[in-house]
Design a protein around this ligand. Structure first.
Ligand SMILES: C[S@@+](CC[C@H](N)C(=O)[O-])C[C@H]1O[C@@H](n2cnc3c(N)ncnc32)[C@H](O)[C@@H]1O
Length: 315
């Protein structure tokens, strides 16, 4: 299906990978926060970094919109909403009124509250017209904010980003070998995926288990060392992890990064993905083992910039 994804502006790079990997999509066009893609799967409800999804109808210039609305197929009552992206020169309401008027003249009933057909016009450099099929519930992430869990630690990745990381792997059996409070495990569990967490410190293992119970998920977390994981080769189809940041979380043992990357490679199935978060550039190390499919950045504060490595174990 060809669809328009209105991506969250907080990390467009990551948002794009989430759509394309999770939904097995092929990118057709990109324009600021708009991604047009041909997707083979429709698990839109899992997306974290997409505001809305609309079934693609057409794309056009601003001048061509009126002509498009003279012909666009509509079923039953209709509502048009315009979403502008980096277009301060435009007034959405005026455009909505103008396009609604064209539909009204064609004899359609306008229903702003509960329309049968909800048309979206995303106006960026070009205009993308489609039928709304999904809106992401953003409040769910506030409800799962790390401070609302029984056990928390400093600098925990927000659940929205955590969910996107799990989705980018597109795996069904997920490992986090340094799971801390369990952000990735919680997101995987709430999406009905199998998961296992490993953590070096007993106190944190107990805290993570408490968090998992809080979300009514199985307490699949064990004490262990990411440098020598207690799993067979090739037994996970997704790995997500967040390496310790020197100031806020302790590393257990020496050469953690080198040895953990080797172990992650060992336990991951061929053809599958790992998403690794770290505050250092480790391109050479990661590149020794994996194909690096992408690298995105997130500035947290002055002294912490996260790098997200999207890695694939090739055959
Ligand atoms: C940045 S935190 C992970 C935060 C986590 N993503 C969360 O949601 O809370 C890194 C974690 O790795 C753990 N850790 C450090 N060295 C480890 C090792 N050798 N094996 C396993 N876990 C380790 C730390 O105790 C810490 O909880």
């Amino acid at each position: 299906m060809k669809a328009i994804f209105y991506l969250s502006g907080e990390n467009e790079c990551f948002a794009r990978f989430e759509v394309l990997n999770l939904l097995e999509g092929k990118e057709i066009e990109r324009d600021n926060q708009i991604l047009v893609a041909d997707v083979r799967r429709d698990e839109f409800w899992r997306l974290a970094l997409t505001h809305e999804v609309s079934k693609f109808y057409t794309s056009c210039s601003l001048n061509e919109l009126e002509e498009v609305f003279k012909e666009i197929p509509v079923e039953g009552s209709v509502c048009v909403r315009v979403v502008k992206i980096r277009r301060p020169d435009l007034k959405s309401l005026d455009l909505e009124k103008m396009l609604g008027y064209v539909l009204w003249r064609r004899g359609f009933k306008i229903n702003l509250n509960d329309p049968k057909t909800a048309i979206r016009v995303y106006v960026s450099k070009r205009c993308y017209v489609g039928y709304l099929i999904h809106k992401t519930d953003k409040k769910q992430f506030l409800k799962r904010h790390p401070n609302k869990r029984p056990f928390t630690m400093p600098c925990v990745i927000p659940p929205k980003i955590g969910r996107a990381m799990v989705n980018i792997t597109a795996g069904r059996r997920i490992l986090d070998p340094m799971c801390g409070t369990g952000t990735f495990l919680i997101e995987a569990g709430l999406m009905n995926l199998d998961f296992v967490g490993v953590e070096a410190y007993e106190r944190i293992v107990r805290g993570c288990a408490e968090n998992l119970r809080f979300f009514k998920l199985p307490t699949n977390v064990l004490r262990g060392d990411a440098r020598s994981l207690p799993f067979k080769d090739c037994c996970f189809d997704g790995v997500v992890t967040d390496f310790p940041y020197k100031r806020s979380t302790k590393s257990f043992g020496e050469n953690l990064v080198e040895r953990a990357v080797e172990e992650i490679y060992r336990v991951l199935k061929e053809g599958c993905r790992a998403v690794l978060v770290i505050n250092l550039d480790i391109d050479d190390l990661v590149g020794e083992h994996f194909d690096i499919e992408g690298k995105c950045y997130q500035r947290v504060h002055k002294s912490l910039e996260r790098r997200f490595y999207i890695c694939r174990k090739t055959f």
